[in-house]
Ligand binder design. Structure first.
Ligand code: FES
Length: 101
């Protein structure tokens, strides 16, 4: 990846959430054992994207990532507290344990 592309990606990731909007307090949750924080109630897929996580699991021959963000494609399937769930439909809450499926 070119240097300029890396800088653009960093700027984009820092600016993913719209500034000036009141949000619930951030709560801690884990992704694959890594401690992260996101506003309570934000979709897990959005929280992971905001944290720089793109790869949510492995599909047949290719990695899986969030795509439709509305529960239709199932590309964001992950394990949440041990159960399979589409990350785009799971609200972040304190203590949530999410892992690649
Ligand atoms: S991104 Fe398509 S079901 Fe979650």
């Amino acid at each position: 990846m070119r240097q300029g592309a890396v800088a653009s990606l960093v700027v984009m990731e820092q600016g993913l959430r719209i500034a000036g909007i009141a949000r619930p307090d951030e709560v801690p949750f884990t992704w694959d054992g890594r401690l992260l924080r996101a506003p309570a109630g934000e979709s897990l897929a959005a929280a992971l994207i905001s944290a720089g996580v793109r790869r949510l699991g492995e599909g047949p021959g290719a990695p899986r990532a969030a795509f439709c963000m509305m529960g239709s494609c199932q590309q964001c399937l992950v394990r949440v507290d041990g159960r399979l769930a589409p990350a785009c439909l799971v609200p972040v809450r304190a203590g949530l344990d999410a892992r690649p499926a």
